[in-house]
Design a protein around this ligand. Structure first.
Ligand code: PGA
Length: 253
């Protein structure tokens, strides 16, 4: 069994003082009891440096929410893997549906970013998932297979070990509508089967596949009990120390 990973995606929330407050509260909770779970938080870029300082000597790992595929250049407003690395970033969320939808990120661009993150020794949390329309028209498996194959194009077996996959059905993100544990498990096991076809079954067993989309303390335990769910990518519920901590605890059981 994989050690589970619970990662918090702060999205565009928390200014400097709020970052200080949330991390301090989280550290206090996790100081008294740190379960056998990997924990990461992904604050906005403006809080990366402060978060990195506050997380020194803590088991909570630092992540970012996005990056550009180039190392440097004339890309106004963008941030590179090299820059993130210099602040001690260990994970980066790539291909999130909000990036795909609002910023028109393509599978090819996401694939370039994944490769660049690995080059800088940052673990990509590679997100994929279907929209409600795609699910209702029976295209879920086709959509996630396509995103998976394109996202992993040209990535070696060795590099796959550094990638975390996050299945996030778009219809469940921020909507309060969670996929049932059975719906999520069905897609997770499909993804694992596809990874095994693209690589081999041994590596497919070891790749962590997180579930994301309205994970809360109330539903986390049942989701994490599924055999192919190796943790969660948490949005709304990670913005309060207490609910994020409850989800981390649920990942240990
Ligand atoms: P949510 O977001 O938990 O608020 O649904 C998850 C995500 O977008 O990563």
């Amino acid at each position: 069994m994989q050690k589970k990973l619970v990662a918090g995606n702060w999205k565009m929330y928390k200014d400097k003082s709020e970052t200080f407050e949330l991390i301090s509260q989280l550290k206090e909770k996790l100081n008294s009891f740190f379960p056998d779970v990997d924990v990461a938080i992904c604050p906005p870029f403006t809080s990366i440096e402060l978060a990195g300082e506050l997380l020194k000597n803590s088991k909570i790992q630092l992540g970012a929410q996005n990056m550009h595929s180039e190392v440097e250049g004339a890309f106004t407003g963008e941030v590179s893997a090299k820059m993130l690395k210099s602040f001690g970033v260990k994970f980066v969320i790539l291909g999130h549906s909000e990036r795909r939808t609002y910023f028109k990120e393509t599978d090819e661009f996401i694939n370039q970013k994944i490769k660049r993150a690995i080059e800088f020794d940052i673990k990509p949390i590679f997100c994929l998932g279907e929209t409600l329309e795609e699910r209702e028209s029976g295209k879920t498996f086709q959509v996630v297979e396509n995103q998976l194959t394109k996202g992993l194009s040209g990535i070696s077996r060795i590099d796959l070990e550094k990638i975390v996959i996050a299945y996030e059905p778009v219809w469940a993100i921020g909507t309060g509508k969670t996929a049932t544990p059975e719906q999520a498990q069905e897609v997770h096991s499909f993804l694992r089967k596809k990874i095994s076809e693209l690589y081999d079954s041994e590596i497919a067993m070891r790749v962590r596949i997180l579930y994301g989309g309205s994970v809360k303390p109330e539903n986390a335990r049942d989701l994490f009990k599924q055999p192919d769910i190796d943790g969660g990518l948490i949005g709304g519920a990670c913005l309060k120390a207490d609910s994020f901590y409850q989800i981390i605890l649920a990942a240990q059981d």
